[in-house]
Structure formats: structure tokens, C-alpha cells
Design a protein around this ligand. Structure first.
Ligand code: MGD
Ligand code: MGD
Ligand code: SF4
Ligand code: MO
Length: 853
């Protein structure tokens, strides 16, 4: 880097730091001011483009988290210098969060992978130098194509696999079409280490397997449940901006074992014992029913208007008439009637009067009362039922699909790619028909996404599938935009599994842990500055489709994973006598001219134009923003939907009964289907999958005792893992800003990886601030520093996820490729699952032992 760049970077850094500090609300009780920690376009002063430099704002999309903001990048002489929200967006508008700016440090990171490389050391293992040497794209692509041809010649194409983490909606090209045409059933996504259990409750109550949006501007009560919306979760930028308004108009309560950024600004903090969320949720439902506070226009009422919900008493189903819901009385009789706040207080360690007060205040705000369900209560062993129990509260207060409530996605009009069918030969068809490597649909892994047995992915189980060769061996992987050797709980298993793969490829911006086990690594374009793609996100009662656009000159010799790399491999396969893939991709024509793509650049562009055609082509207009044509859309960089149609789904939900199901006929059908597939009954499925419910209880939201790994010892604590506010998922650690500003997380200190104990617990173990500690469990161990902090529930240990990389670059590691900086939580988190959704467990499921080093 030259001197001028260095200076520019430095001044930008101090500017950003000041802004972050202003907005972080450090100090526990401090009042959060609206929008302070979102940088707005209008706030920016100084730093005018230098004379003669012709800077301009160019639209793109940020994939730093699942908010998928529409952004604008300030470009001077082909270099990005600043980022802001795209004023054309109706979701995040001109707002972005602090992490948006860190994209700049990612794209210009001197430690990026700059050119394709191949491994020269055949030994694979952690800490083993792969002996990477630079090669040309030509050699890299030729080697990959040759390996694929080998699998095809031997008719073992099912031993090929594509894995992905983050993606754009051009993903089907590489993630779906590519393995299919080769002849593999194995496309494994990261979804089950992300949020599948969170989607389980909404699906089995109201038929949506997707994220929700929250109409906070119209809400009167927001009950955050293991979600920390001003720091993480989704549409962080939008909610950050709206939160000041929310606090002045609505009450906010947060159920969290730690004092999160949001909890610190809430009216009520319910410091739940990890894993005991289900107890709180069913007790709140009990209070809402016994107090007669359910929302009658949605749920209905007793025929004579007299409330028969009394603690301990069953109710005759015929006395109640439901409107848009199904099975309320059965739910009461099966689960709720004895679930008093006093009972829940004994489980969850939250005072009974607080449970009662929160339930009453929440329901009195009906239907403008949001129960915001995040990963905390759901990504647990047995979390599927917490997901149902917490989300069902939205049903009781009629906030589902309602003004001031929880909303689904507005319709959008992107289109899929041409059919793959004509391009599948016999080898491909035989390969696709094989079972998948992640063991989804096995008796003990129901993974009931979308209502079908094995309908969803069991991401983390893939490592075991590979290690055990069950159902078969995997010989080749192409992985993109993921780092499974770091991001999966029980990460050591992934290291072992990757050692076993004969030919492994990573398409990546950095040489990450996963790359270290690879045979070829390919430099990827950065998603925010260097490539095409499009995203879909929701918030502010709108949906938006932002475009990823190449707005700067590519910094290194990189290519785009989903389009360019895929096309080049297809070309090579055609050269080697297998033209099907190239023939298929040639069908992605330019909608304006009808031309076939002739090279990877044209393919990249035409695929995007094709997928988004109904958004920008006036002759194909279907709704939302209008454009004059491609150029107009491309420049604007985002399409927005119509505003939300409140109550549009009442009576037409995608469930068996079309209603909001408190007794889930939809889940009953799915579980029965899975049991029949294995020639057994639902109780056996539940027992094998580690749930406690039997009989009809399995079909209603209910409390399940949490399943916990580890023993009670003097030095053992329930681990509370959470995402750092500065995490761009697993990709921030080589940004210096990440380390310099780490104290933006409540209770953390800059430049260190810490775990926090309540001072009571720390005193008991004789631990002081700054002590070096080792955390260990059955899964493994890690080292970090101790911080004593009152924001931790006694009996728990709190540690942010994000540090502990042993490969990624100079800032991320102590010795790059060898020694981690701090500790990766996934080394002490054993692989376990919420098997009904296929999700990995992250919360409320592991006790770790703490020793002073
Ligand atoms: N303990 C713990 N574990 C977690 C979580 C947690 O909160 N706690 N969070 C979980 C969640 S929600 C998720 S979604 C997963 C995410 O886990 P993964 O899907 O594995 O994604 P990342 O860890 O973000 O790694 C992405 C990798 O892609 C590469 N990369 C970075 N930028 C780009 C780019 O622009 N293009 C391409 N092609 N490659 C790039 C880098 O190698 C980087 O390591 O992690 C999960 N793991
Ligand atoms: N800053 C930031 N934001 C992000 C991301 C990021 O990397 N950084 N990643 C994005 C991604 S990929 C995803 S999937 C979403 C996920 O967003 P969320 O689903 O909201 O997940 P987390 O942010 O991990 O939040 C988990 C929360 O649960 C709390 N928790 C832990 N144990 C328990 C428990 O037993 N009960 C309860 N009630 N709470 C508990 C933790 O303290 C933490 O605050 O976030 C997105 N937003
Ligand atoms: S990190 Fe997430 S919230 Fe922040 S700007 Fe990027 S997409 Fe938006
Ligand atoms: Mo995620």
C-alpha cells in the first residue's frame, strides 16, 4: 500500500471510531438515541472528493449479515472510499449499520487470496503447511474439470458435492444446476447452522418457512426473545434507525441470559436460565388465557362469552368458537392448563410476577404486540418446540400478519432459470437419485422443512457422513463463501473430515481454515464491490431486491463464484466431451437482445438480467417500483415491493387448516409421514430424535426440558454464545477495526477475546479481570481472557463468537496458518441438533469447565 492510501485509511478509521463510540451506548443504563449508530448520508461532512477526482455514488448490496441492505459506495478513480445506505431503498433506506463500512477493509485487505493456487503438500491437517503455489486460472479450471470427468467416467458422480455459505440469488447456477447436471444429489447449504429451528415454529403454526419482518413503527409492545435487534438479527440497519421511535412509543422486554445491547435499552430484562425459554412462553400463554386477554377478532371466543380458562381445569372444546386459529382449547388441555408463572419461575429462574406482568402488558397491547423470536430460544436441542411456543404468542394476540405485528414477505417477481431437465443424462439421473451425504431424513434426523421428511438440510451432520462414509464416500467438494471448518459446532470433526477428501476446492476471498485443507483455492470477487448478483430482504413493511454490482476495479485476479467460475468449468467440460452443462447455461439469454452468452462475462450479466427481468422490463411489469428498462434499474440498484397487505393471509395460511394452528395438523401430518417412511410410529420418531413429548403433545407448542451436555461441577457454567456486533458473520476477523472496536459489545474489551463471568462466580473461583482462562468440554478447548461483568446471569459464561481464527490473515490470527488469536467457541460446542428442523444447537445446551491458565 502506498503512503497516500495509508493516510486516507487512517483518517477514515478515526472518523468511524468516533461515530461508533457515539452510538454504542456504552454504559449499561444509557438511553439509546435514534439513529446515532447508523451512519446517515446526511451526517457526512468533510472528506469531499479531491479536485479532479470525479467521485460518484454507485449502488450495490451488503452481505455482511442477513439484512442484505441496499447500499451505495462512493467510488473515486476506481476505488471505493465510503459506504452508505441507498436512499432508493424502502427497507433500509439511507441507513446501514457499523459493519457496512468494514466491507472496505475486507475488499482492500492485503491478505486476500490474489490468484488461484494449488497444494503441493499431499499431507493435510491443522497446522500442516499446504505448500500452496500460484497457478493460472487455466490450470485450475482444467484440473477441476478433469476431476469431474473422472467421476463421470467411473459413474460415481454422487461422490461430488457443492457446499455454500452466504450467496446471492444467482446461487441456483452453481448450487443447484451444477451438481445436478454432473449427477450429484449433494448440494449442502449452511442453513442448518444458521436459522432453521427459528423457522420451524412459524412454519408449523402459520405455514411460512422463512424469516419474518416486524412492523415496529406501529407496535406498542416488543418482546425480544434471544434476539438482539439493535446489534444482530435481520434488518439491523432499519431497526437501529427505528429503535428510538420504538422506545418512545412502545414497551420493550428482552428474554436473554445476558444483558445484550437490546436488553440494556429495554423496559424489562428477563434473564432466563439458558434453554428454559419454553417454560416462560407457555406460562405467558397461560396468563393471557386465564386473564382473558387473547385477541378475539383473530382467535375467537367462548360461545357465551364467559372465560372458562382456569388454572388446572380442562375445557370442553365445543364451548369455544375459533375464527382464524385452530386447536386453542386442545392446546390448553394438553399443555397450558398447569403452566403457571410460579411453575415457570422454578424452571427459568425469572420471578413469577415479572412473567405475569410482561404477559399482561404484552397482551394488552394486542394486536400491536410483537413477539420477536431469534436464534437464542430456538437453535437448541429440542428447540423446535420453543420455536412453536414463542411464536404461538403472536397467534394469541393476533399480531400475525397484522399492523404493528409480525409480517411475512411481500410478493416479489424475480424468475428462475431455464429448466435443467433436458440436460440430465443417465449418469446424472442415477446420481441424483442417491441419498444425500448429510443424512437428512434418516429416522433420527427428520429435518421436516416444508412439511416433508428430510425436506431440509442437516449441515453439520455432513462431517459425520464423510467421516463414516455413510451413506458413501465423498471424493470431491467445491465449497464457496463458507468456512465450515470454523463455523460448525464441533469444528474439530470438520478438520478430520476435510483431511479425508481427496480433492477439495474453495472459492474464497481469504485463505481461511477451510482453505487450508484444499487442493485448489480460487480467489473470489468481493460481494459488495466486485461482482453481480441480487438479494431479497424484508423490513419496514416492504420487500426489496438490491443488486450486487461491480463498482470498482477488481483488486486482484478474482472471479465470481456463482457465474464466472461455473461457466469456465462448463466450457472445460464441453472441451473434454461433456457439453450438457455449457449447453444448459447457453440458454440464459440476454432478455433485451435474445443473444446467447459467449463467455463468462456475458453469462454473468445475462443471468442477472434474466432473473430480474420482470422487475425492470416495462412490458413485463408485475408490481412495485417501475423502471424504464435495464439501465434505469441497474443504476438505481434496488427494486421495492408495494407496501404490506395487512391481514391478507388471515384464513389462507399455508397450513393444513388454512388457519394459525395451535394444534398443528401440519406437524402431525409431517411427523406421521416421517414415521411411515421408517415403518414406525410418531412416538418412536420422537424418542429416537431426543424429544420428550409423546402422543398428541407432540403436535402443540409445549415445554421440553433442555438437553444439556456436561456435568455440574464447581467450575462448570452454561455457555452463552452470541454474535459480536461487528461480526460480518465469520468474516470480520482480519479487519483491524474489528479488534480496535471490540468494546462495542457490552462487557467486552478492545483487542481481546474475552469470556465473561458474573463477579459472584468469579470470586468463588478466585478469578480476576484479565486472567487467562481455558474453557473445555467434551468437544475440545480454547483459551481467552476473563472479564467479570454483572450483565451475566450467575451460573453462565458469556462469550462472543467471532475470534479464534488460526487462518485468515495477519490480524485474525496469532500466527497465520498455525496459531489462533483468542478461541473459537465452536471448539468447545459439541455437535448436537434440534433434529426436527435439522438445526445445529448453539444455545442452552452445553456446560463448559473454566480453569485459570
Ligand atoms: N459458535 C457460533 N457459530 C456460528 C454462529 C454463531 O453465532 N456462533 N453463527 C452461525 C451462522 S448464523 C452462520 S450463517 C454461519 C456462517 O458460516 P459460513 O457459512 O461458514 O460463513 P462464514 O464463516 O461467514 O465464512 C465465509 C467464508 O467465505 C469466504 N469469503 C469471505 N467473503 C467472501 C466473498 O465475498 N465471496 C466469497 N466467495 N467468499 C468469501 C471466506 O473464506 C470466509 O471464511 O456460522 C454459524 N456459526
Ligand atoms: N452483528 C451481526 N449481526 C448479524 C450477524 C452477524 O454475524 N453479526 N449474522 C446474521 C446471521 S447469519 C443470522 S442467522 C442472524 C441471527 O440472528 P439471531 O437469531 O438473533 O442470532 P444471534 O444474534 O446469534 O442471537 C442469539 C442470542 O440469543 C442469546 N441466547 C443465548 N442463549 C440463550 C437462551 O438460552 N435463551 C435465550 N432467550 N437467548 C439466548 C444470545 O445471548 C444472543 O443474544 O443474525 C444476522 N445478523
Ligand atoms: S452488515 Fe448487515 S445490517 Fe450492516 S449494512 Fe451490511 S447487510 Fe446491512
Ligand atoms: Mo446465519
Amino acid at each position: 500500500m502506498n503512503k497516500t492510501e495509508n493516510t486516507t485509511r487512517k483518517s477514515r478509521k478515526s472518523f468511524l471510531k468516533q461515530t461508533l463510540m457515539a452510538g454504542s451506548g456504552l454504559g449499561l443504563g444509557s438511553v439509546f438515541a435514534s439513529g446515532l449508530n447508523t451512519l446517515k448520508a446526511s451526517d457526512r461532512t468533510g472528506e469531499k472528493p479531491r479536485a479532479g477526482q470525479n467521485g460518484r455514488w454507485e449502488a450495490s448490496a451488503c452481505l455482511g449479515c442477513t439484512s442484505w441492505c441496499s447500499v451505495q459506495v462512493y467510488v473515486q478513480d476506481g476505488r471505493a472510499t465510503r459506504v452508505r445506505g441507498n436512499p432508493n431503498s424502502k427497507v433500509n433506506g439511507e441507513n446501514i449499520c457499523v459493519r457496512g463500512h468494514m466491507g472496505l477493509q475486507q475488499v482492500y485487505d492485503p491478505d486476500r487470496l490474489k490468484t488461484p493456487m494449488k497444494r503441493t503438500n499431499p499431507d493435510k491437517g491443522r497446522g500442516v503447511d499446504p505448500g500452496f503455489v500460484p497457478i493460472t486460472w487455466e490450470e485450475a479450471i482444467d484440473t477441476i474439470a478433469e476431476k469431474i470427468m473422472e467421476l463421470r467416467r467411473n459413474e460415481e458422480t454422487h461422490k461430488f458435492m457443492v457446499t455454500r455459505g452466504r450467496y446471492t440469488y444467482l446461487r441456483d447456477i452453481l448450487y443447484d444446476r451444477f451438481p445436478k447436471i454432473i449427477g450429484s444429489p449433494n448440494n449442502i447449504s449452511h442453513s442448518a447452522i444458521c436459522a432453521e429451528a427459528e423457522k420451524f415454529g412459524p412454519y408449523y403454526t402459520e405455514g411460512i418457512w422463512a424469516y419474518r419482518q416486524y412492523d415496529v413503527r406501529n407496535a406498542r409492545y416488543v418482546l425480544c426473545w434471544g434476539a438482539d435487534p439493535i446489534a444482530t438479527n435481520r434488518q439491523v440497519s432499519h431497526y437501529n434507525n427505528a429503535w428510538g421511535e420504538v422506545l418512545s412509543r412502545a414497551k420493550v422486554a428482552t428474554v436473554e441470559p445476558r444483558l445484550s445491547a437490546t436488553a440494556a435499552k429495554s423496559d424489562e430484562w428477563l434473564p432466563v436460565k439458558p434453554g428454559e425459554d419454553g417454560a416462560l412462553a407457555v406460562a405467558m400463554a397461560h396468563v393471557i388465557l386465564t386473564r382473558g386477554l387473547w385477541y378475539r377478532p383473530f382467535v375467537g371466543d367462548f360461545k357465551d362469552g364467559k372465560n372458562r380458562f382456569r388454572t388446572g381445569r380442562t375445557v370442553n372444546e365445543n364451548t369455544f368458537e375459533e375464527i382464524y386459529t385452530h386447536g386453542l382449547v386442545r392446546w390448553w388441555n394438553l399443555e397450558l392448563k398447569d403452566r403457571t408463572p410460579e411453575w415457570a419461575a422454578g424452571k427459568a429462574g425469572v420471578p413469577a410476577d415479572q412473567i405475569e406482568r410482561v404477559a399482561i402488558d404484552f397482551a394488552r397491547a394486542a394486536p400491536q404486540a410483537i413477539c420477536w423470536v431469534g436464534g437464542g430460544p430456538t437453535m437448541q436441542v429440542r428447540g423446535a418446540y420453543n420455536s412453536m411456543a414463542t411464536h404461538a404468542l403472536n397467534g394469541l394476540v393476533g399480531s400475525v400478519d397484522n399492523k404493528g405485528g409480525t409480517l411475512a414477505s411481500n410478493p416479489e417477481y424475480s424468475q428462475g432459470f431455464p429448466s435443467v431437465e433436458p440436460y440430465l443424462d443417465d449418469i446424472a439421473r442415477k446420481g441424483i437419485a442417491k441419498p444425500k451425504i448429510d443424512q437428512r431424513g434418516y429416522l433420527e434426523y427428520p429435518a421436516l422443512k416444508g412439511g416433508s421428511s428430510g425436506g431440509g438440510v442437516v449441515t453439520n451432520r455432513t462431517a459425520d457422513g464423510i467421516l463414516d462414509g455413510d451413506p458413501y464416500d465423498i471424493k470431491m467438494i467445491i465449497a464457496y463463501f463458507n468456512n465450515f471448518a470454523f463455523s460448525n459446532p464441533g469444528s474439530n470433526r470438520w478438520e478430520k473430515a476435510m483431511e479425508k477428501i481427496p480433492f477439495n476446492v474453495h472459492i474464497t476471498t481469504h485463505v481461511a481454515e477451510y482453505s487450508m485443507f484444499c487442493d485448489i483455492i480460487l480467489p473470489a470477487t468481493h460481494h459488495m464491490f466486485e461482482r453481480h448478483g441480487f438479494m431479497k430482504s424484508i423490513g419496514n413493511a416492504h420487500r426489496q431486491l438490491p443488486l450486487n454490482r461491480p463498482v470498482i476495479d477488481r483488486v486482484w485476479d478474482s472471479k465470481t463464484d456463482e457465474t464466472e467460475v461455473t461457466w469456465l468449468i462448463a466450457e472445460k467440460l464441453a472441451e473434454k466431451g461433456f457439453p450438457n452443462m455449457l449447453d444448459h447455461y447457453k440458454q440464459y439469454r440476454d432478455p433485451e437482445t435474445g443473444a446467447e452468452p459467449k463467455n463468462e462475462k456475458e453469462f454473468d450479466l445475462y443471468a442477472l438480467k434474466h432473473a430480474t427481468r420482470d422487475l425492470w422490463d416495462p412490458d413485463h411489469y408485475k408490481g412495485g417500483d417501475r423502471f424504464d428498462g435495464w439501465d434505469d434499474f441497474y443504476k438505481t440498484g434496488v427494486w421495492n415491493s408495494e407496501p404490506y397487505n395487512y391481514r391478507g393471509r388471515w384464513g389462507s395460511m399455508n397450513t393444513r387448516t388454512r388457519k394459525f394452528e395451535f394444534f398443528s395438523e401440519t406437524l402431525k401430518e409431517a411427523l406421521t409421514g416421517h414415521a411411515e417412511r421408517h415403518d414406525t410410529d410418531v412416538d418412536t420418531v420422537l424418542a429416537t430424535s431426543n424429544y420428550l413429548a409423546r402422543g398428541d403433545l407432540a403436535f402443540v407448542p409445549h415445554y421440553e426440558e433442555p438437553f444439556v451436555h456436561g456435568e455440574d461441577r464447581e467450575n462448570s457454567f452454561m455457555l452463552v454464545d452470541y454474535k459480536s456486533r461487528l461480526n460480518r458473520e465469520g468474516r470480520s476477523a482480519n479487519c483491524s477495526w474489528y479488534h480496535e472496536m471490540k468494546d462495542i459489545d457490552p462487557g467486552c474489551i478492545a483487542g481481546e477475546d474475552v469470556a465473561q463471568l458474573n463477579p459472584e462466580d468469579a470470586d468463588r473461583l478466585g478469578l480476576r479481570d484479565g486472567d487467562k482462562i481455558r474453557l473445555h468440554s467434551s468437544a475440545g478447548e480454547l483459551e481467552c481472557r476473563l472479564v467479570r461483568w454483572e450483565g451475566v446471569r450467575p451460573g453462565t459464561i458469556v462469550k462472543p463468537f467471532g475470534m479464534g481464527h488460526w487462518a485468515y490473515g495477519r490480524y485474525a490470527t496469532r500466527v497465520n496458518g498455525k496459531q489462533p488469536l483468542g478461541g473459537n467457541n465452536n471448539q468447545v460446542m459439541p455437535a448436537d441438533y434440534d433434529r426436527l428442523s435439522g438445526s445445529s444447537a448453539f444455545y442452552g445446551y452445553v456446560k463448559v469447565n473454566v480453569d485459570k491458565v
